[in-house]
Write a protein that binds this ligand. Structure first.
Ligand SMILES: NC(=O)c1ccc[n+]([C@@H]2O[C@H](COP(=O)([O-])OP(=O)(O)OC[C@H]3O[C@@H](n4cnc5c(N)ncnc54)[C@H](OP(=O)(O)O)[C@@H]3O)[C@@H](O)[C@H]2O)c1
Length: 355
């Protein structure tokens, strides 16, 4: 049966890889964003704002998706605003598609904040969950835009009768430019600046993160799980964690990342050392580095998101994720985490995004 995918947020760190994975599996793929990408071959761009229902309907007039992959969010100042905006994005999208009666499956990407709480209450005392994080853990008793997005999907399921899957990655490692959260590229840009200036590559985070076990989600793994769930009957109407499948300590990985760039590593040194502070005055320096090396993106803010890296690496507990649920249903891919970073760094270099 012909399958047509609509990837929502196709220029983002998750959506870009989902679109590529679907194309390589023979799907017809549309990629939606306000400024859609044109560089993933065979993805048909759809330019639309999810917060503008009328223009969304117009943009989707000729698109009849059987499967929708929602990999989008907008960052707001408070969680209340996150809930209002991000729930509306999902609601408007599914409302715009309802009349077509073509939809069979909707996959929604959320994340581990489902278990850790929203940024405002991110893994703070009183809301610390048990690790490894498991899909069976109940929602926290605090409001969360992920819950609001899930509830929009469930409401549309009642109305339109499609199947669904929810996917919860840890920190996503992959290439995207101008997106909201990108720890891998942030560290690559920081290391490149250290290399240029002779600065030490200082771990910015907490002792718990430095010493504790951790994991991450390679964007290629996320993409593979989304496509697997769309193709697997037993995966219908389920929520899944998705991480690489190994665990590591930042105290092990940090020096390896430094070695890749040929910079001197410094570990946890008694207190957090926010990257947001360390990189606050580097905009002109980056423009200069970009000019001297002929790089494609001179705007530091479109590559690095130190606020997010600080939050991620500054958590007061170790965070790792149970993968048993999808594995028991047959999802078997594995990704070594150091290679997630090294592959990304090589790609950033060959794409002329870092020297
Ligand atoms: N990044 C991570 O490390 C990470 C980790 C765990 C969980 N997650 C979760 O994964 C989900 C997807 O996030 P992501 O990090 O993949 O996002 P992202 O990289 O920031 O990309 C967001 C995508 O959505 C599009 N978009 C944003 N606002 C839009 C609007 N109003 N209308 C249409 N398109 C819009 C963006 O393109 P335009 O700006 O051109 O519209 C872009 O394609 C989120 O729930 C996030 O919390 C992310």
């Amino acid at each position: 049966m012909q399958r047509t995918a609509l990837v929502v947020g196709a220029s983002g760190i998750g959506g870009r890889y989902v679109a590529r994975e679907l194309v390589s599996n023979g799907w017809t793929v549309y990629g939606l964003a306000r400024r859609p990408i044109h560089d993933v071959s065979s993805v048909k761009p759809v330019a639309a704002d999810l917060l503008e229902p009328k223009s969304l309907e117009t943009a989707l007039a000729q698109v009849e998706p059987t499967h929708v992959f929602i990999t989008t969010w907008m960052r707001n100042d408070t969680e209340a605003e996150n809930i209002r905006v991000n729930a509306a994005m999902v609601r408007n999208l599914l409302a715009a598609l309802a009349g077509k009666r073509t939809l069979r499956h909707v996959a929604l990407v959320t994340g581990l904040k489902h278990y850790l709480g929203p940024f405002e209450a991110y893994a703070q005392s009183g809301t610390l969950p048990e690790t490894p994080l498991r899909e069976t853990q109940p929602r926290l008793p605090i409001e969360n835009f992920y819950y609001a997005q899930e509830d929009e999907v469930y409401a549309a399921v009642e109305r339109d009768r499609f199947t669904w899957s929810i996917h919860r990655p840890h920190t996503v490692i992959g290439m995207a430019v101008g997106n909201a959260m990108n720890l891998g590229t942030t560290l690559a840009v920081y290391a490149s600046i250290c290399k240029e200036t002779g600065r030490v590559f200082q771990f910015p985070g907490s002792e718990a993160q430095w010493k504790g076990l951790s994991d991450v989600t390679d964007a290629r793994m996320l993409a593979r799980q989304l496509v697997w769930a769309a193709d697997t009957d037993a995966a219908r109407n389920e929520a899944f964690n998705i991480v690489n499948g190994d665990v590591f300590r930042w105290s092990w990985l940090w020096g390896r990342l430094a070695d890749w760039f040929g910079v001197q590593a410094a570990g946890f040194s008694g207190s957090t050392q926010p990257l947001e502070t360390a990189m606050a005055n580097d905009h002109a320096l980056w423009r200069d580095i970009a000019r001297r090396h002929g790089l494609a993106e001179p705007d530091l803010d479109r590559l690095a998101s130190p606020w997010h890296t600080d939050l991620d690496l500054g958590r007061p507990i170790e965070v790792m994720t149970d993968m048993a649920k999808s594995r028991k249903l047959g999802f078997s891919p594995f990704q070594a985490t150091d290679e997630s970073f090294f592959d990304l760094f090589s790609l950033l270099r060959s794409s002329r995004l870092i020297p």
